[in-house]
Design a protein around this ligand. Sequence first.
Ligand code: DSN
Length: 421
Amino acid sequence: MSSIPAQKQDEMNALRCADPEIALAIEAEQRRQQTHLELIASENLVSRAVLQAQGSILTNKYAEGYPAARYYGGCKHADTVEDLARSRAINLFGADHANVQPHSGASANLAVYLACLDPGDRILGMDLAHGGHLTHGAAVSISGRYFQAHSYGVDHDTGLINLEEVRTRAQAVKPKLIVAGASSYPRKIDYPGFQGIARETGALFMADIAHVAGLIVAGLHANPVHYADLVTSTTHKTLRGPRGGFILCRHEFAKSIDRAVFPGLQGGPLMHIIAAKAVAFKEALSPDFAIYQQRVLDNAEEMAKHLEEYGFNLVTGGTDTHLVLVDLRSKGITGLEAERLLERVGITANKNAIPYDPQSRQVTSGLRLGTPVITSRGMGRQQIKQIAGFIRDAITGRQDPGKLVRIREQVARLCLEFPIC
Ligand code: DSN
């Protein structure tokens, strides 16, 4: 029997007739999401309202430019949508200015670089191998090819960012821009500390809050809008919106940021996505959103607690974010093997480099586990304990196919109790 709800079935009928292959793949993905526990820290579940806006006829509209200054006719309603998205983003974070057009977090970061830097300028960001992001200066990214990229890492023993080391690096490198933000760092980032270093060394300060934007909105992490010159983010991680990016900045950067996004980097904005961003921002303004974010944090803390009880080593010894980074070396399994093993029991997670990882990036010694999706499904401490137990049992029982089948059945039962929509 199909696990797809009736309303969804109706919506899929047109697609099924027009393109059965794509319809089947989407339905299969719907079943996969329903029947698996998604622990990928950068993913989330959007509301039906966000999904509807994203699937709306706004996708038909070209609206190059900005509200009241477009290069196409017929943009009245597009203007309404983008104005709402911008004002809600400003309201949510207390920023002077918002640009909601970046197609992704990577595009948002590139727009900041285009607005503030010249090719060859020096930037200082967190090392990708220590939890940073590709676009913060990795050699394989345009950020590392067009700019002179330098990095800071985390302390070998604690796994924590050491601001004294960042300061020393900044004094030596004299970057034009310092970037704070990470993809797999389980602790709060000291934005005032970074601001101080940027001021001392004459650098601009950009905070990339893609992972923790929802926690910031809920007041659970410091708001870098108060400390950074520019803030970039995605909308689809803890913030629970559609896939996309946005930029917040002070008035003085507004014009150059807008010009960098369009016409500097992008053409027509994705108006259907901007509408969905507006809906997500409105949802994030509600009191329920802060409660949800607190649960995300509680669940991550609970996950860390049980994994530690089961003898797993955690990078930094725990978490104060939505994710935990497990160092698997003491369990004699690589990140790649663990990712594949968990997939067999219906748990989706990603292998992840740990700081100073002896393994390659394709193999890794770590596993990143995040709680946004399972929290959106309504799971709480009791279920987190069960899930940590599944992970322990799968890893310790990995040579026992019968045991893995039994865990898969338990995972499926838990998923059934918490439908995704
Ligand atoms: N790829 C995202 C993540 O998984 O963290 C970052 O862009």
